[in-house]
Design a protein around this ligand. Structure first.
Ligand code: HSE
Length: 297
């Protein structure tokens, strides 16, 4: 029996919701697991990841121990659409797939809350793994070892113009530049802006997004790590049909939100940004509403 798991890319933080908010996107990594008589065989990813340190395998191993799955060996095949180390949750897809893979052989592939708790422990924060598990737009609260995740119903059909640079930025490096403490006024701004983003999305108050996506906790510090960040964000801010823009996760991908009816949005944004987008990929994505799927073959 083979288990095939498809996990969506995610875009975390949504500006002020650092380590709290995230959304799932219609771009996927797919992993197929098959137990074997001995040994680890990984295919479909660069050779430097085809070993015991592979994140998907690490998550599988940990989850197998947790749920009491006994196995001699495993084959893992990966088909990747989500670019690696770009702020689109590729590591979360690996962690979630590894856990669901092990759980599936114990008939536990739909135990999403348990999968969330384990995945958050492995990832360190819930904002990417939660939407990868539940789909849609999620906010998560951590209390000791428990994670509470809620889906936010988004009123309008939005499209997410995903601007992916040709260079990578590791989450570790991107977290290192953040300050340890925050000024009280800045903290109040972040709280109010996240509330504005959430309320705007629920009520369909599109005018709230541009201001809501601004934050004081991470984007101003991380922008300096991304070539062209200020210029690109300025151009996006001036486009009256871009509802708002933010740094996706730890970066370096940038996200511009447009309405579904703005059919020319991608073409227009590319034209406006011109040479600033040298070698960047621009992809229009939608909200994934399902989270991971698991099929048996
Ligand atoms: N909330 C995380 C961060 C997302 O911004 O560092 C990336 O893992």
């Amino acid at each position: 029996m083979k288990v095939k798991i498809k996990v969506p890319a995610t875009s975390a933080n949504l500006g002020p919701g650092f380590d709290v908010a995230g959304l799932a996107l219609t771009l996927y990594n797919t992993f197929t697991f098959e137990l074997n008589d001995g040994g680890l065989h990984i295919s479909g990813c660069p050779t430097q990841f085809c070993n015991e340190d592979n994140l998907t395998y690490q998550a599988f191993k940990e989850a197998a121990k947790y749920c009491g799955l006994e196995y001699q060996g495993v084959n893992i095949d990966c088909v990747s659409q989500v670019p690696y180390t770009r702020g689109l949750g590729s590591s979360s897809t690996c962690i979630v797939a590894g856990i669901v893979g092990a759980f599936a052989f114990k008939d536990k592939a739909e135990d999403r809350q348990e999968i969330l708790e384990l995945a958050t422990k492995m990832e360190g924060h819930p904002d990417n793994v939660a939407p990868a598990i539940f789909g849609g737009l999620t906010v998560s609260v951590m209390e000791k070892n428990n994670v509470l995740t809620l889906n936010i119903p988004v009123k309008h059909e939005y499209r997410f113009v995903t601007l992916i640079p040709p260079f990578t930025l590791s989450t570790e490096q991107s977290r290192k530049v953040l300050p340890q403490t925050l000024d009280r006024q800045d903290a109040v701004k972040n709280v109010s802006h996240l509330a504005l983003v959430v309320a705007s999305l629920i009520n369909g108050y599109d005018e709230g997004l541009k201001l809501g996506f601004k934050d004081k906790l991470h984007q101003p510090y991380r922008g300096g790590l991304i070539k062209g960040y200020d210029e690109i964000m300025d151009v996006l801010e001036q486009d009256k049909d871009v509802l708002g823009c933010y740094l996706s996760g730890a970066g370096p991908t940038l996200m511009a939100v447009i309405k579904e009816e703005d059919k020319m949005g991608v073409v227009r944004i590319k034209e406006e940004l011109g040479a600033l987008l040298n070698d960047w990929d621009v992809v229009k994505l939608e909200l994934d509403q399902r989270g991971y799927t698991c099929d048996y073959e």
